[in-house]
Design a protein around this ligand. Structure first.
Ligand code: UDP
Length: 182
């Protein structure tokens, strides 16, 4: 649909695009979110976030006040509450210019998919762990890992239980694309 933009935010998406003959550059979630915050600040736009741990939300709130003072905060709600659907739906109805979900893949995308049709405005985006990094709660992988496209390896080393998801979202994903091509 014209309403949807796919951002190649990881090396597996970049590779998959290459396999179907489209050269794309990787743009990370951190870069995309930083850009959107920059623009929202310039244009005095509003934000609603659902996701992240409570302490990350608190850090992000400080970051907004400090670095993006013109952004109107509709609400910042941590991603460990009950009734996420209800909270999300209510805010979709009220409307914000930036609507961020940070609940991990695929829950953040599924939630957007469910209620996007009810929205009157806004850029909706599943941002994964971007705010964990932007808020300063988590460090990005060192430059070496970034340069060699192995940030995923750093993340697995830091959080070994990511290995399962890495397999699903990357190894299996690439294999599926290869199958589609044949
Ligand atoms: N998260 C959340 N609620 C949950 C699970 C995850 O708010 O029930 C948040 C988590 O704190 C993090 C973000 O979702 O800020 C992304 O999670 P993760 O890094 O696991 O996902 P990825 O970015 O790898 O998709």
């Amino acid at each position: 649909s014209d309403d949807i933009t796919v951002i190649a935010d990881g090396i597996s998406v970049v590779k998959a695009c290459g396999m179907i003959g489209r050269e794309v550059e990787k743009i990370t979630g951190v870069e995309t979110v930083s850009y959107l915050l920059e623009k929202a600040n310039e244009l005095h736009k509003s934000i609603f976030l659902l996701g992240c741990r409570p302490e990350v939300v608190a850090l992000f709130r400080e970051k907004l006040a400090c670095d993006y003072p013109n952004i109107v905060i509709k609400d910042l709600v941590n991603g460990y509450i009950e009734h996420k659907d209800d909270v999300f739906r209510r805010h979709v109805a009220e409307g914000a210019d930036l609507v961020f979900t940070a609940l991990g893949v695929p829950n953040q995308e599924l939630l957007i998919h469910k209620y996007f049709g009810e929205a009157k405005k806004g850029i909706f985006i599943g941002i994964g762990g971007s705010i964990d990094v932007i808020s300063g709660a988590k460090k990005r992988a060192p430059k070496f890992f970034q340069k060699h496209n192995i940030e995923w390896l750093y993340r697995i080393m830091k959080e070994p239980n990511r290995i399962r998801r890495f397999y699903q979202n990357n190894i299996k994903f690439i294999r599926d694309i290869r199958k589609l091509k044949r």
